[in-house]
Design a protein around this ligand. Structure first.
Ligand code: FES
Length: 112
């Protein structure tokens, strides 16, 4: 849905939601927290500060319903989804997507 001319200015330029949902071991869908998403979220927060990225918010989210593809994160207002498996993936998303305005296509989730 496009923003309208009279909508207020974005409070954050970039809002990242990192799924930190945890299911019991052995659950058929698995969960992002079981794949270390909480540590990656924490790393992303630290790294965003180190890179002096302003007006960014990195939040822990509940299940984003793409569990099998996780650990999942989605970046708004772009609406781009990523699978973040490592600190290197987090670095790539912050440096290339957030700072350079590119897309890290090899980490993007499929549209469906
Ligand atoms: S557990 Fe992360 S998307 Fe569902």
């Amino acid at each position: 849905m496009p923003r309208l001319p009279d909508d207020p200015q974005l409070f954050f330029d970039v809002h990242v939601f990192v799924c930190c949902n945890r299911r019991p071991d052995g659950h058929k869908r698995g969960s992002c927290a079981a794949r270390a998403s909480e540590q990656l979220r924490d790393y992303m927060k630290v790294r965003a500060k180190e890179l002096a990225i302003r007006r960014i918010r990195i939040n822990a989210a509940g299940c984003l319903d793409r569990c099998e593809l996780g650990p999942c994160a989605v970046i708004y207002p772009d609406g781009v989804w990523y699978r973040l498996e490592s600190t290197q993936d987090v670095d790539a998303v912050l440096e290339r997507h957030v700072l350079a305005g590119e897309r890290v296509t090899d980490l993007m989730l499929p549209p469906e």
